[in-house]
Design a protein around this ligand. Structure first.
Ligand code: URA
Length: 279
């Protein structure tokens, strides 16, 4: 049974005791799609779990509590617009990176928070001129609380070293700051809920150059469906909500390069373009 679960992607125990999901009927579960709120901020803490959609493959499990029964996983994708709106308001109110970090830490409405060990907000130098944005933490990042510390992060460090950079000279964040269970990709709903946070993070760091690591940050932040294999190596302009324009270079994700080492050459060329821009 355990092997079967591992093959299906379940690599984390979420509770000490098993939950018998057959005992949770849809009628017993809390209402997920509540009516839209006129004051989204008021709902951010209190109605968190009720409003957020659950990832479809792996149920997010809450600690058993008589006052708050665990919700059954929803198979419908997409956040309510209320959750995205609440995230926008919260992000906009943060005036420093510390305030933003605290606000994200307190944000209960993204279902990934309940399955992740901790928030993975940032690493590197907050004053660095270069900011790298990844997709979402994996298992190692979830355990350490820092972006890009697992095998792909180690390759990323080597890639940066190749152009004379290390983590004292760059700042790192992710589009989604909680690990999606089983290392699956974040859903569109999860990405939309977290987008205001990474947008504000970029605004507060105010780097002079962005590196989008992989397809997800490139597509989300450039608002395009173009594939990373077409976007990579071509300078883009990222425009912040306040209208500031920042040069952005999309590169192939190091996890992809670990699986496909023949593509490292292209990334080397892309990083040389970054090096040219900063020297
Ligand atoms: N991949 C990412 O995109 N981000 C991380 O933090 C780790 C792996």
């Amino acid at each position: 049974m355990l092997s079967w679960l591992v093959e299906a992607g379940a690599d984390e125990a979420l509770q000490d005791a098993p939950t018998d999901w057959t005992k949770h009927t849809p009628a017993a579960a809390p209402q997920i799609n509540a009516a839209p709120q006129t004051q989204p901020q008021a709902q951010t803490q209190a109605q968190a779990q009720d409003q957020a959609q659950r990832p479809s493959r792996i149920p997010a499990v809450e600690p058993p509590s008589p006052a708050k029964p665990a919700a059954r996983a929803s198979s419908t994708a997409g956040p309510t617009e209320d959750v995205v709106q609440a995230a926008r308001l919260i992000a906009r109110e943060a005036n420093t990176l510390d305030e933003l970090r605290l606000a994200v830490e307190r944000f209960e409405q993204c279902p990934l928070k309940s399955t992740a060990h901790q928030l993975v907000f940032e690493d590197g130098n907050r004053d660095a001129p270069i900011m790298l944005v990844g997709e979402a933490p994996g298992r190692d990042e979830d355990r350490e609380g820092k972006p890009f510390v697992g095998p792909s992060g180690q390759l990323l460090d080597k890639m940066l070293a190749a152009i004379g950079l290390d983590r004292t000279g760059v700042y790192l964040g992710n589009c989604v700051p909680w690990r999606p269970p089983g290392n699956r990709k974040p859903t569109d709903a999860e990405k939309a809920m977290c987008q205001p946070f990474i947008e504000r993070q970029i605004e507060l760091v105010a780097p002079s150059l962005l590196i989008f690591v992989g397809g997800t940050p490139s597509q989300i932040l450039l608002n395009t469906d173009e594939r990373i294999t077409r976007l990579r190596g071509r300078w883009q302009t990222y425009t912040t909500k306040a209208g500031a324009q920042i040069d952005a270079m999309p590169i192939l994700h190091p996890a992809f390069l670990l699986r496909t080492p023949a593509r490292k050459r292209e990334t080397w060329i892309d990083l040389l373009a970054v090096k040219d821009r900063i020297t």
